[in-house]
Design a protein around this ligand. Structure first.
Ligand SMILES: [Fe+2]
Ligand SMILES: [Fe+2]
Length: 193
């Protein structure tokens, strides 16, 4: 099969109705693609993996199913083992080695993209003026976006070999161009209101 974004988007949207889940996929995709460009890697491959990493969450919303039970579906749809292995590696409970830059980037972008997204949703100008300092402050508030595992955020940046501040800025910059698709307000909305 030809590995394209269109194909991955089709797979994702056939299995995922929820707007929040689609937005999560888009956010992680934008961040992972940005890292592919930075590392001079295959952006299309990295983007497909990111877009599909939680494609089965709607049908498998528990960790005794996700993402492992999604793998046979992807295999059936013709996705290569490289894509499937990378997707499986984002699940901490499977304890698979994250032994490629793609696996490390996916893990590092997964929780942080969600967290940055959550930070943006509670600000009048979204992520336009969001800083690492305020993201880190929110990371220290356990009740904020409580589903995001703080330990994974810290550990994954470490494994990717990037400083946390740098990683936060990188993800914010990656999400900024798709802010409207993510349902985030922008500075222009503040001016208009
Ligand atoms: Fe997941
Ligand atoms: Fe995810």
């Amino acid at each position: 099969m030809e590995l394209t974004r269109d194909r991955a988007w089709d797979t994702l949207t056939r299995h995922t109705e929820s707007e929040a889940l689609r937005r999560h996929a888009l956010a992680v995709e934008a961040s992972v693609r940005a890292y592919a460009r930075r590392f001079g890697e295959d952006e299309e491959l990295w983007g497909v993996v990111a877009l599909l990493h939680d494609f089965d969450w709607e049908m498998h919303p528990t960790l005794d199913q996700h993402p492992q039970d999604g793998a046979p579906i992807l295999r059936e749809e013709g996705y290569p083992v490289e894509v499937i292995e990378a997707i499986l590696s984002h699940a901490e409970h499977l304890s698979l080695p994250r032994d490629t830059p793609l696996k490390k980037a996916l893990f590092a972008c997964d929780e942080l993209s969600g967290f940055v997204h959550a930070c943006g949703l509670v600000r009048p100008d979204g992520i336009d003026t969001l800083t690492p300092k305020s993201v880190k402050k929110k990371l220290k508030q356990p009740s904020f976006a409580a589903g995001v595992h703080r330990e994974d955020v810290y550990k994954s940046a470490d494994e990717l070999g990037v400083e946390l501040d740098e990683h936060i800025v990188f993800v914010i910059d990656a999400l900024r161009p798709i802010a409207p698709e993510l349902g985030l307000r922008t500075a222009a909305d503040v001016v208009a209101s």
